[in-house]
Design a protein around this ligand. Structure first.
Ligand code: ADP
Ligand code: MG
Length: 356
């Protein structure tokens, strides 16, 4: 279907985006402005590509999330996927469907400016320029049902890793130990606050520039690029992935891909302070099932001497990998009193019948 964008609005928007994206890095030979971008990966590297949707009403709310946070989180999700595989970012591409008012009203343009500011502030820190994208008008009515169009943003990240060395989900072996970076449950805890706060102004002050992931794990998560690259360089991770959907769901992915069983030590989980203040039971729930922490989950041979931190990010031993037996649950949660229970994947899942 031919899009019905207002050509002036579209050109104004693309110009706004182009002006905001002056940065380059050595791999971007040609950025925004032509039919394609041209990238030149470093010799001996493979390309890694990941795409992630940020959908209004699903991943963010315009009345709750500061635009800087929406831009930051949009890029952070893709960067975190690159981090999980030990890749370094080369360039980002952004497909936007925007309601007409974003292009035509002053407040809409301000929203866009602040969104781009949040996105570029994070991209600049990791040398990841915006090198292209697409812009279309998001329809304000479908089959006669009027409404205001939604903001839909699809980010595509291109990264590079030394050929054959990218970290995968599939390499965990029985006997390996299970680790995570940083702390867990903070993003879910902050999200609950963001959704219940009445005043946008208070959120704005909370999510302002200069804030960081430790204070704002939901509004400004920090992709663990340096830690992922360090794991790759040292060759110590047997499997890795990022914690986007929640530990229970993401660990399930690792176990399935590696065909192993995992035991998680509940007492060992590094709980984020924002989750910890909710009390032990909700804190454990947030750490196990709360999504969007964007920490790394990885395994390493038991013989590996694991540093306490990698690239300045704490590493915590949270469990171990054992052989998978038929009829046995894929994951087990071990409590401090020694009791064990099956751990069900209960993190975020689109189209699941039970909303979390
Ligand atoms: P084409 O019609 O040839 O696909 P466009 O007019 O859509 O080109 O885009 C012109 C240039 O602006 C391209 O380089 C494209 O990558 C860039 N661009 C368009 N939309 C975006 C966006 N949302 N983010 C970044 N770059 C964009
Ligand atoms: Mg073209």
């Amino acid at each position: 279907m031919r899009r019905q964008a207002n050509p002036i609005g579209e050109l104004v928007l693309i110009e706004q985006i182009r002006r905001s994206s002056r940065r380059r890095n050595a791999s971007v030979v040609l950025g925004i402005g032509d039919d394609c971008a041209i990238l030149r990966p470093p010799p001996g590297y493979e390309l890694l590509i990941t795409t992630d949707f940020s959908l209004e009403g699903r991943h963010f709310r315009r009345d709750r999330h500061p635009p800087e946070s929406v831009g930051h989180r949009c890029l952070a999700r893709g960067l975190s996927d690159l981090a999980a595989m030990g890749a370094k970012p080369l360039a980002a591409f952004l497909s936007l469907a925007l309601p007409r008012d974003i292009a035509t009203t002053r407040s809409g343009q301000q929203w866009m400016q602040r969104f781009l500011h949040g996105l570029h502030a994070l991209g600049d820190r990791y040398g990841c320029p915006l090198a292209g994208g697409d812009t279309a008008e998001s329809p304000s009515s479908i089959a006669g049902a009027a409404g205001s169009g939604l903001i839909l943003a699809d980010i595509i990240l291109v990264g590079a890793a030394p050929a054959g060395k990218a970290l995968r989900r599939s390499g965990a072996r029985p006997g390996d130990l299970l680790y995570c970076t940083g702390s867990l449950g903070g993003a879910a805890a902050e999200l609950a606050t963001v959704l219940t706060r009445s005043s946008m102004a208070r959120i704005r002050s909370g999510g302002a520039a200069g804030a960081n992931a430790a204070q704002h794990p939901h509004l400004q998560p920090e992709p663990r690029l340096a830690t992922g690259a360090s794991l790759l360089r040292r060759g110590i991770a047997t499997a890795a992935l990022d914690l986007s959907d929640g530990l229970s769901t993401d660990l399930m992915h690792l176990c399935t891909a590696s065909d192993v069983h995992a035991i998680v030590d509940a007492a060992a989980l590094p709980i984020h302070p924002l989750a910890a203040i909710q009390g032990p039971t909700p804190a454990l729930h947030a750490a196990l099932h709360g999504g969007e922490d964007y920490e790394l989950l990885f395994t390493a041979a038991a013989s590996t001497r694991m540093p306490r931190s990698l690239a300045g990010v704490p590493i915590t031993l949270i469990g171990r990998i054992t052989r998978r037996r038929t009829g046995q649950p894929v994951m087990t949660l071990q409590h401090p009193d020694g009791t064990r229970q099956p751990l069900q994947p209960s993190g975020w899942e689109h189209f699941s019948s039970t909303p979390h």
